[in-house]
Design a protein around this ligand. Structure first.
Ligand SMILES: *[C@@H]1O[C@H](CO)[C@@H](O)[C@H](O)[C@H]1NC(C)=O
Ligand SMILES: *[C@@H]1O[C@H](CO)[C@@H](O)[C@H](O)[C@H]1NC(C)=O
Length: 359
């Protein structure tokens, strides 16, 4: 999942090679880790693993008692702020589009500008901007958001004012990834379904009609096997759709809790370890994987632009290269739109050009 780190290469963006090497390790680890998880769940669920604490979850499992009044009111106002922003942005059926933004990605000419531009030049995507909430991870990102977009939410950390988190992405990369999972579980808990999109994904068509009607948790892939139900698909958490329900809230809390059994791993790798857990089918959460033909990326995409909804600058290390290739994707789309219908099928992507996994 490509939470933007400092050079713009989210861990999840490293795609194929690393993933394949990891796959071998996963098989070995699964034999050890899964029984542990089951034990872990058995050990903690009766005492309320899935009971949301009164305080916001990112204050940690054991919030310092008692909270100061001023901290409390800060927390309350953040919660109220979130509800206000979600309500203002939601579609009639309580669905929102969410993305997270840090300062490097929010600078003029950087990733966020390409991202927003894609909605403006896409087919029927401009109106989706009314439903997009940008979740800023630091003060600079929040300021920029307020200049360019109506729905901005500043996510604070550990009761610390986010303006103090200037080096957040360098120091707290994993923490932030997990914080995001926790944040998304809160959004679900508030009754909002969402599409989460990384900001380095350009949107050219409305993805909503292409989601499966019966999938509670739907996720894009670095590599798609062709079968949306195949758990061997390599998910990429940069694009997910989650339907809000009691089951998906529990699923997110289970996922979040599983991080403690897998220290040092980010959310996507932990998802790969828990995706077969019987607890998930017990919850009744239907996981479905999205085709790279429609939800493509630089790791894998269909050559043609005729059916694509989104394109992810995954499998790409380096912010500058990422911006270059995202810009090329916009050019490709403009070329596609300017081509007469009868010739459209012949328009192909010119990416990846600069992007690669080389450091
Ligand atoms: C929510 O509403 C949008 C806009 O009307 C629609 O495209 C989408 O499919 C709906 N989502 C669900 C889950 O019903
Ligand atoms: C991207 O590729 C183009 C053409 O090969 C080159 O001119 C440009 O300098 C490259 N940009 C980066 C950041 O490598």
């Amino acid at each position: 999942m490509a939470a933007p780190d400092e050079d713009g290469a989210g861990a999840a963006d490293q795609g194929g090679g690393e993933r394949r090497r990891a796959a071998t390790a996963v098989l070995l680890l699964a034999a050890v880790a899964l029984p542990c998880l089951v034990l872990y769940r058995a050990a903690v669920s009766p005492v309320g693993l899935f009971v949301r604490p009164a305080a916001l979850p990112w204050q940690g499992a054991a919030p310092p008692p008692p909270l100061h009044d001023d901290v409390n009111s800060a927390v309350d106002s953040e919660d109220a702020r979130l509800e206000r922003v979600l309500k203002a942005a939601a579609m009639a059926n309580n669905t929102v589009i969410l993305t997270t933004l840090n300062s490097a990605w929010s600078e003029p000419g950087s990733v966020v500008d390409v991202f927003l531009e894609s909605f403006r030049i896409g087919e029927n995507t401009r109106e989706l901007l009314d439903h997009l909430v940008m979740v800023s991870l630091d003060l600079a990102a929040h300021r920029r958001c307020k200049q360019i977009h109506p729905h901005c939410f500043a996510l604070t950390t550990d009761g610390v004012d986010f303006s103090g988190q200037k080096n957040f992405m360098t120091d707290g990369y994993l923490k932030m990834m997990w914080r995001r999972i926790d944040f998304l579980s809160l959004v679900l808990d508030k009754g909002y379904s969402f599409i989460f999109t990384d900001t380095d994904i350009v949107w050219f068509r409305n993805p909503l009609p292409h989601l499966y009607p019966d999938g509670d948790f739907q996720i894009a892939c670095d590599h798609f096997t062709g079968d949306p139900d195949d758990l061997r698909n390599s998910p990429n958490g940069g694009f997910t759709y989650v339907r809000s329900s009691a089951a998906t809230v529990e699923f997110y809390r289970f996922w979040y809790a599983a991080r403690e059994k897998h220290p040092g791993l980010h959310d996507q790798d932990v998802l790969n370890r828990i995706k077969r857990d019987p607890f998930i089918s017990h919850l009744g959460v239907r996981i479905r994987f999205l085709s790279t033909d429609i939800f493509g990326g630089l790791c894998e995409h269909s050559r043609k632009l005729t059916g694509v909804c989104t394109m992810h600058a995954n499998c790409c290390i380096g912010l500058r290269r990422k911006i270059d290739d995202l810009g090329l994707m916009l050019q490709d789309w403009r070329r596609f739109m300017a081509t007469p219908s009868k010739d459209k099928h012949s328009v192909t992507w010119s990416v990846p050009r600069n992007c690669s996994m080389r450091v």
